[in-house]
Design a protein around this ligand. Sequence first.
Ligand SMILES: [Zn+2]
Length: 173
Amino acid sequence: MRDKYLLPCSCGKKIPVETTMAGQSIQCSCGRTLDVPKLQGIRRLERFVETSDTPRKTSSRAGRALGIVLIGLIILAAGATHVWWTHSWRPVLPELNLAPWEMWLIWQRDLRQGVRFPEYVESPYMQDMKVYRMYLTFGYVIMGLGIVTIASGAVVALTGRRPDRRPAPRGTP
Ligand SMILES: [Zn+2]
């Protein structure tokens, strides 16, 4: 890549010139003809920094993908923390010899058969169990959201690279 310098016009515009144009004259878009200085003169001009869009786009896309993945990780961690916290207050049945899962099966069967046993449904354990399962489901849903967010971040990262691989050669037959 050749070095480019900015030649200022009296209209305020700056025209990029190359060292190969030394001593020549160029026309500004305002109509004025400008004399490009000699090589030493050109080198004293302001350097023209070429901004190519492609690397900036990919880096911003990578940044976006990384951001999405980080947000996903935070959501996943929040969900996992919620599940862990829910487990810590898991309701127990101290006065009955039934295991919680047995109790739960009985309760499920009763609900399915449409038989209501007020002593089960209204017992504090069952109420606690209901809340516990609700909280647990909520935690898993949050974890799922986190995983989906991480996956979409990965999709953004992967689809971002695709246009660079395929430069679409279909234009001219
Ligand atoms: Zn001009």
